[in-house]
Design a protein around this ligand. Structure first.
Ligand SMILES: Nc1ncnc2c1ncn2[C@@H]1O[C@H](COP(=O)(O)OP(=O)(O)OP(=O)(O)O)[C@@H](O)[C@H]1O
Ligand SMILES: Nc1ncnc2c1ncn2[C@@H]1O[C@H](COP(=O)(O)OP(=O)(O)OP(=O)(O)O)[C@@H](O)[C@H]1O
Ligand SMILES: [Mg+2]
Ligand SMILES: [Mg+2]
Lengths: 167, 165, 167, 165
């Protein structure tokens, strides 16, 4: 129904703004329903505005790879606030992030993990550091995957990171 | 509602029966390139009833069956089971714990089970419908695709939003 | 002309096979001209086969993110051997690679740098280690880019990596 | 044939005149997210005559002009110059060194120079044609797009190959 949509939309929009500012340490973001001629309100497209701190507003295509990753994560978390999904699978969502932004990404995952179960695939130690449990996947026998338990401090974990355990 | 356990056998590179237990909070999966981490994500998508072989990176659905490796024979079928904690009855079943199983044979035949009772793929998809569990939404961010939500056109984005709302 | 094409194709195919095996430490790769019905030879599509060591041949879509990156790099270098481009710009081509594969990627770049000028954007220390010169780009003043010279050993370089120097 | 020097002024986030010297071998560009590294790649593509605002991540070509920042006024034009070592005369000119300059004003007007002599964009593109210099080929691997070559359909891949051959 239209009312439900508008109510949810305003909530997501507000959450997106807050989470964006937290992840970026400032700046501004918004969600805007397009106002195209002759298109029904329930069919209008959705525009995303994102302005990192200190910068001028530009179209989202001009943002850097890392900035787009963080913006996407903020939007996904805002959608979760409105409509919590029981779990969230993030496959190398931190690939484009520099070290400082991986910390921020990991902080957001940690915070939302109270209400949502996260499964995070990563090559990055800082993302691993916020995990409650770590599994390693290796191929001791070429072509055949094997699961191993991993702890960050043990050698097994670090070897796994270095690419050992791969054929 | 949360995931408890994933079991894979003959699914992609997981030739041998492999069990992954999920707890509350954040579970990390790590390892070298090409060792099977994203295959775990594919297994979850697959057992939750995806119809699209592309969503599991294949060129046909039979691609999910272990094809063999050096000195290891291919398997005749792939099987994945996912056990969920249903104590809040997010799934409309009286069980406190629900295990969904999907199997695919080289012949192309599929078998489906909910708590070991045979059912159709349709039943699994209908059970999950509207629960927020399922992988055609924003709860799975695929490798290399995090940009997609942000760079997609306004109408696609609107569809994702409507589904969330 | 058709002869020139076939001659170049065979050369690229052979180079692709060699470079692939070097980067992966084994395995096999191939380039295949499709044989679709009723399509002119000069219009046929190009298929890529890639089989990492110890694994069974699967379609390229089933390869992992890291495996696809390395395969793409091998193909690009093979094309360079056939038709050397004066320079090559690689923007975070190592983003999906684990540490061991970044070493291999960096080794290939180093080797081809004898004949081709490379400009490599990276967040990874091992890729930086094979650079002859390093420039840092920062934004001391928010929204305004600034170039600084960087050396790996100095603190400036390491700070840049950690995301300092960003607003 | 190699790149010697890139100069940017008012191009995207490079508000101030910035010079980057390139030597033989491998030049690395590093720095935090969003600071301008990929903008350097865009500057090279742009000065070599790209016609597509999408290839420089814009929604229109005017997007390459510095739009201002907190407390910094926008610029009225963007300018990029690229100096190449032409001692092997890869470019069909008698000069040992060739500098290509492209300028775009907020009015939409463009100016183009080869070694400070005004010319048309067409002249720059024709000068580079067939030299392997240029960015519509495989010599520029864009951020997040390394998969593209490998996952593209067979016909696109054939076109890339034909251009290489
Ligand atoms: N049906 C199959 N039978 C055997 N092996 C398969 C099958 N399907 C996929 N594979 C193999 O699984 C591997 C890919 O695994 P996956 O994508 O999970 O890697 P990954 O751990 O995510 O690596 P990365 O860090 O590079 O993303 C490939 O080498 C592929 O050949
Ligand atoms: N015309 C413009 N005026 C001002 N700033 C601009 C303009 N065009 C792009 N930018 C800014 O440049 C920044 C992007 O820079 P760039 O893509 O080079 O980052 P990067 O260093 O490659 O980062 P990453 O490591 O995340 O890929 C964005 O913050 C964007 O807002
Ligand atoms: Mg993966
Ligand atoms: Mg970039």
């Amino acid at each position: 129904s239209r009312e439900l949509f508008e109510k949810t939309f305003d909530f997501v929009r507000e959450q997106f703004g807050q989470i964006f500012r937290k992840i970026f340490g400032g700046g501004k973001s918004d969600l805007v329903i397009e106002q195209a001629e002759g298109v029904d309100a329930m069919e209008q497209g959705l525009e995303i505005m994102a302005r990192p701190p200190g910068k001028e507003l530009t179209s989202i295509s001009l943002l850097s790879g890392g900035e787009r990753s963080l913006t996407a994560i903020a939007l996904v978390m805002a959608l979760f606030k409105a409509n919590p999904s029981p779990f969230c699978l993030l496959d190398e969502a931190d690939a484009a992030l520099d070290e400082k932004n991986v910390e921020r990404y990991a902080g957001v995952v940690r915070e939302f993990a109270a209400e949502t179960q996260f499964i995070v695939i990563t090559h990055n130690k800082r993302s691993m550091a916020v995990c409650d449990a770590l599994y390693g996947v290796t191929m001791e026998q070429p072509g055949v995957s094997k699961k191993v338990s991993v702890s960050l401090s043990g050698d097994g974990g670090l070897d796994l990171l270095k690419g050992k355990g791969a054929p | 509602m949360q995931l408890k356990k994933l079991e894979m056998c003959g699914f992609k590179s997981f030739a041998n029966r492999t069990e992954v237990v999920f707890d509350r909070g954040v579970t990390g999966i790590v390892g070298p390139n090409g060792c099977g981490k994203s295959n775990v994500v594919d297994a979850i998508k697959w057992v939750l009833g995806t119809l699209s072989y592309k969503s599991v990176r294949g060129e046909e659905m039979l691609d999910v069956i272990f094809k063999g490796a050096q000195g290891v024979a291919p398997m005749g079928f792939a099987e994945v089971s996912l056990t969920l904690d249903n104590s809040d009855h997010t799934l409309a079943l009286e069980f406190e714990e629900v295990t969904i199983t999907r199997r695919l044979f080289l012949t192309g035949e599929g078998e489906y089970y909910i708590n070991r009772a045979p059912c159709r793929l349709k039943d699994i998809r209908e059970l999950l419908y509207g629960t927020g569990i399922g992988t055609d939404n924003y709860s799975v961010i695929e490798q290399g695709k995090i940009d997609k939500l942000v760079l997609s056109n306004p109408h696609e984005r609107r569809l994702v939003f409507d589904e969330a709302a």
